[in-house]
Every structure is written in C-alpha cells, then in structure tokens.
Design a protein around this ligand. Structure first.
Ligand SMILES: NC(=O)C1=CN([C@@H]2O[C@H](COP(=O)(O)OP(=O)(O)OC[C@H]3O[C@@H](n4cnc5c(N)ncnc54)[C@H](OP(=O)(O)O)[C@@H]3O)[C@@H](O)[C@H]2O)C=CC1
Ligand SMILES: Nc1nc(=O)c2c([nH]1)NC[C@@H]1CN(c3ccc(C(=O)N[C@@H](CCC(=O)O)C(=O)O)cc3)C=[N+]21
Ligand SMILES: [Mg+2]
Length: 283
C-alpha cells in the first residue's frame, strides 16, 4: 500500500500549534511580523503569495506584501530592504524569487539582515546550514523534512537523490538531508544517465519544473518520492514533475501536487516567522 504524504493535513496540524504560540506572544505584546517583497509577476510566486497571506491571517501573523513593478530598480529594492531591516515590528523578510533580470538577486539577499532572513538564503544562513549549526533554513526543504518526520520516515542511511540544484530547493535540501545522515546525490541537466541514477534512490526528490520528467521506469520499487515541481498542464491544472498515476503504485510513499510540498513550504515559513518573533519577545 502506498502512503500519500498529505501536506494539507500535516500543514493544518502544524498551523494549529502555531496559532496557540501566536496567541501567547500577543498576550506578551508581540505580534509576529512577516514582510514579503514581490517584484513583477512570476506565476509560482503569485500562488505562494496568495496562500501565504491566507495562512498568516488564519494564525494571527501580520503579513505585509510590498509589490514593486517588474521595472523596479536595484536601488528601489535595496531601499525597501533597508527600511524593513530597521523596522522592529518586522521579524522576517522574504524577497520572492525569481527577480527580474535588471536586479542582482545575490546583492539583494546579502542586504537582508541575516537574523530577519526568514527564507534562509543569506550566505550567513547557508554557511550555518552547511556547517550543521543552528540557523534559519529555506522553507521548502524545511517543509519537506517536517512532512517526512510527520509520517515517521527516517532518512538516516538512505540514498537520497535530488533532481535540481537551485539555491531555494535542491542545494539547501541536500544540506538538511546530509545533516540527518542521508547519503546525498544531486542531479541536474548535465547529469549523465539520470534514469539509472534515480533508480538507485531510496528517497527521490524532484525539483525541476519539468512536468512528467520522472516516469515509472526511473523509480526503485518501494522508494519514497517527493515532488516539488509546480507546472500548469494544457488545461491549466497544477501538476508536478512526477508522472504521479504511473509512479505512485510503485512507491512506499509519495507527495501529491497540489497538496504535498506546497502547503508544507508555507507551514515551514510560518514556523520560522513565529520562532523569530519568540526570539524578539524573549529579548
Ligand atoms: N512547492 C513548493 O513549495 C515550491 C515549488 N517550486 C517549484 O519547483 C520547481 C523547481 O523550482 P526551482 O528549484 O526554483 O527551479 P530552478 O529552475 O531554479 O532549477 C531547476 C533545476 O532543475 C534542473 N533540471 C531542469 N530540467 C532538468 C532535467 N531535464 N534533468 C535534470 N535536471 C533538470 C536544473 O538543472 P541545471 O542547474 O543544470 O539547469 C536546475 O538545477 C519549479 O516547478 C517551481 O515552481 C519551487 C519552490 C517551492
Ligand atoms: N523567496 C522565495 N521563497 C520561496 O519559497 C519561493 C519563492 N521565492 N518563489 C516561488 C517559489 C514557489 N513557492 C511555492 C510555495 C507554496 C506553494 C503552494 O501553496 N502550493 C499549493 C498550491 C495550491 C493552489 O493554490 O493551487 C500546493 O502545492 O498545494 C506554491 C509555490 C515558493 N517559492
Ligand atoms: Mg504541492
């Protein structure tokens, strides 16, 4: 029997716990504050921003979205980041990626105060991750770890293959899995023999943005499969990077899209925002 790793249900349970933590903070006079900067109109970012607002409102996190036009300049964006760094009511700052081509994303990320970098993208937090010291961790990888944990799936000793090496998913997930004693391989477009490699995975995580990249012949029977991809099919329906119908029966456990990693990303973001507010409340 295949286990469906239900991100909606798991995220809801985590949000209930967070709601209580936020209520306790409020009696201590602290409202967790999340600032989101959105430049232009990337479709995956639009879904993320909409769902984040809803989830934040439901638990009492004050979230503000600063929308800048796709033509915004680097200087405008840096000025916005500086204002939020200086604002004591803001616990977490998140700049939606990707940014338009005229903006140097790395320069914007280093401008965020590392202890407000709720996405964990600042080099200081990336360094903490790769030295296995406490810090803020990227939400999607953190959400994936929380989902596996909720279902009692232990990664120690597993061969984890991650397809995709982005700074927001593949690389930070590799660090977290390594910190939890998995053996980790990262694949990308230049990887030779992708299918032979993915067939060696006990845990296969796919984050490419290529619909149906992973077919049934590429998956080891009994593997755990995590699908991060968000694609629109011809009918406008959201689909992942895995051919779910064909792959799911072969697996021990698999995430659906939607309802898998997406809601867990938001839950992870809220957990870290609340943790930062708790740090502020405790001085
Ligand atoms: N559910 C969620 O919470 C989230 C979902 N997403 C979704 O996940 C997907 C990935 O996002 P992101 O990491 O930002 O994407 P990027 O586009 O930044 O990175 C994609 C990665 O996939 C690799 N790749 C692409 N095609 C292939 C292929 N045919 N074979 C092997 N590797 C391939 C690329 O390789 P190379 O480096 O060689 O180019 C690259 O490393 C997207 O669909 C995005 O919308 C993203 C973040 C959160
Ligand atoms: N700085 C930054 N950090 C990110 O973490 C980041 C980003 N930029 N840019 C865009 C991508 C994409 N991303 C998503 C998160 C949740 C859903 C999500 O809620 N998904 C629901 C969608 C349901 C629906 O509303 O249709 C689901 O999968 O069930 C989607 C996409 C985070 N990203
Ligand atoms: Mg999902």
């Amino acid at each position: 029997m295949t286990i469906r790793l239900d991100g909606n249900q798991t995220a809801n349970a985590l949000m209930n716990t967070l709601q209580g933590q936020v209520a306790a903070l409020k009696t201590a006079g602290v409202v967790p504050g999340l600032a989101v900067i959105l430049v232009g109109d990337d479709p995956a970012s639009a879904i993320y921003v909409r769902n984040k607002r809803r989830r934040a409102a439901a638990i009492g996190v004050a979230s503000t979205v600063y929308t800048l036009p796709a033509t915004a300049t680097q200087a405008e964006l840096l000025a916005q980041v500086a204002a939020l760094n200086a604002d004591p009511s803001v616990d977490g700052i998140l700049v939606q990626l990707p940014l338009p081509p005229q903006i140097d994303a790395a320069a914007v990320i280093v401008a965020i105060a590392p202890d407000k970098d709720v996405d964990g993208f600042h080099p200081v937090n990336v360094g903490r991750l790769w030295t296995n010291t406490p810090g803020i961790v990227a939400s999607t990888p953190y959400g994936i770890m929380a989902l596996l944990h909720a279902y009692g799936i232990h990664v120690a000793g597993l061969h984890a293959v991650i397809v995709g090496r982005s700074n927001i998913v593949g690389r930070p997930l590799a660090g977290l899995l390594l910190n939890h004693d998995a053996t980790v391989t990262i694949a990308h477009r230049q990887t030779a023999g992708l299918a032979a490699l993915t067939r060696t995975a006990d845990l296969l995580v796919v984050a490419t943005g290529q619909a149906n990249l992973i077919t049934a012949d590429m998956v080891k029977p009994g593997a755990v499969v995590v699908d991060v991809g968000m694609n629109r099919d011809a009918a406008g329906k959201l689909t992942g990077d895995v051919d779910y119908a064909a792959v799911a029966p072969k697996t021990r456990a698999i995430t659906p899209v939607p309802g898998g990693v997406g809601p867990m990303t938001i839950a992870a973001l809220m957990m870290q925002t609340v943790a930062l507010a708790e740090r502020r409340a405790n001085g």
